[in-house]
Design a protein around this ligand. Structure first.
Ligand code: F3S
Length: 396
């Protein structure tokens, strides 16, 4: 692999221990994937922030790097942590976990990383431009950046993203090469998709059928940001793709791939059935996977007005978005109804195993982690259905 003189210096240890270790990780990765050079990146988004997933080994790794002077060279933000960094007690997080999680965040901050702790960095100031090379690791955000914003990123692991932050570079392979971003399957959506769960179901149905191939969607033009972020999360989770195309976002060329797939309403219904367990009782409601937009928070606030929840109800969002919701008055309505903001965290990376039995959500991705990580049964439906479940404790 061709390295510039600065990259050679990093590898030789002349730019410090952390840069050397990071360059070792990146050159090894580059060799595995056949990269011929490194490319400078504009921003990094680091996953692997929750102490729930990192454990003591991960915490030690981060503290060691921070202690040896590691510093991010480019704008770097964090994925959700295992708890609300301010309001963790109200969310039922224990003290010992909280102290360890705080140390994780302190290590990142020491490295110059912004502790935004959100999976929707593109909603709160880290929005890459079209054609910009970045190194992000949260799968839903990677797919959003590639597919909706037209930026270029592989799906990084936590360590490789951090190495990219410390060096300001990533190996040039995969999604960084235009040739590898061509659509492979023309997906015709012959179904009227109205809700966020419909778009999650679309990601499930397509992901299960074509795996990591790159689809070109026809029939979802004009979808709004909430629907698109749900599709990004779901298709990345159930299929593993880091990129799709739509005619109104990233794909202006005329030719379509020869392989085609048609998705009908029956496929969407089938996906929704697969994500719904047959259970009438709900004891945990969580919205905001990926993290809620301000519009979603407004809708929840309107639906909760004059009502009182009887089940634990989390609204997962970026702290910055919650603060905007406070300024407008949505947050107060939500809290008055007894629902809780879960800023900086989410229903998948917080330590929730054993606390609840049935999760109600509008997110296909949250169903995946609810079942896989936390052994919950899951119910997926519209925001209205989820709010009703939080109030009545029943799924209807
Ligand atoms: Fe975000 Fe957590 Fe879902 S990180 S995409 S809310 S699983």
């Amino acid at each position: 692999m061709h390295l510039t003189s600065l990259e050679e210096k990093m590898l030789a240890g002349e730019e410090g221990y952390a840069a050397q270790k990071s360059m070792q990780i990146l050159t090894a990765l580059g060799e595995i994937f056949g990269a011929d050079k490194m490319i400078p990146i504009a921003s990094v988004q680091v996953a692997g922030v929750s102490y729930y997933n990192l454990g003591d080994a991960g915490l030690e790794y981060l503290e060691n790097l921070a202690g040896k002077g590691a510093k991010a060279r480019v704008k770097t933000t964090l994925n959700p942590a295992g708890m609300d960094l301010e309001n963790w007690r109200e969310l039922g997080i224990d003290e010992e976990f909280a102290r360890k999680q705080e140390r994780v965040i302190q290590a990142f901050v020491k490295m110059g990383v912004t502790p935004s702790c959100t999976c929707t960095p593109y909603l709160v100031g880290n929005e890459p431009g079209r054609g910009e090379h970045i190194a992000w690791s949260e799968s839903s955000a990677v797919t959003y950046a590639n597919s909706i914003l037209g930026a270029m990123t592989n799906r990084e692991g936590g360590p490789s993203a951090l190495a990219a932050a410390i060096t300001g570079r990533t190996p040039c392979y995969g999604m960084h090469i235009e040739e590898n971003r061509k659509p492979q399957v023309h997906v015709k959506v012959d179904a009227n998709l109205a809700t966020v769960p419909d778009f999650g179901a679309l990601g499930y149905a397509v992901g299960k059928k074509i795996g990591p191939k790159i689809p070109l969607f026809e029939g979802i033009e004009g979808a709004h940001v909430e629907q698109l972020k749900s599709l990004c999360a779901s298709i990345a989770t159930y299929g593993g793709t880091a990129l799709f195309h739509t005619h109104d976002a990233t794909y202006q060329q005329k030719e379509s791939p020869a392989e085609t797939l048609t998705i009908t309403r029956a496929d969407i219904e089938g996906a929704l059935r697969a994500l719904n367990d047959e259970t009438a009782e709900v004891d945990f409601v969580a919205l905001g996977c990926p993290h809620c937009t301000l519009d979603e928070i407004k809708k929840i606030a309107d639906l909760l007005e004059g009502r009182r929840v009887t089940r634990e109800f989390w609204i997962c969002t970026a702290r910055q978005t919650m603060k905007e919701a406070e300024k407008i008055g949505y947050a107060q309505k939500i809290r008055t109804a007894g629902a809780k903001f879960a800023c900086d965290t989410c229903m998948a990376v917080a330590p929730l195993k054993g606390r609840f039995n049935v999760l109600a959500t509008d997110s296909a991705k949250a169903c995946y982690y609810g079942r896989g990580t936390n052994d919950f049964k899951t119910r997926i439906g519209s925001v209205e259905e989820c709010v009703n479940a939080a109030v009545t404790g029943k799924w209807s």
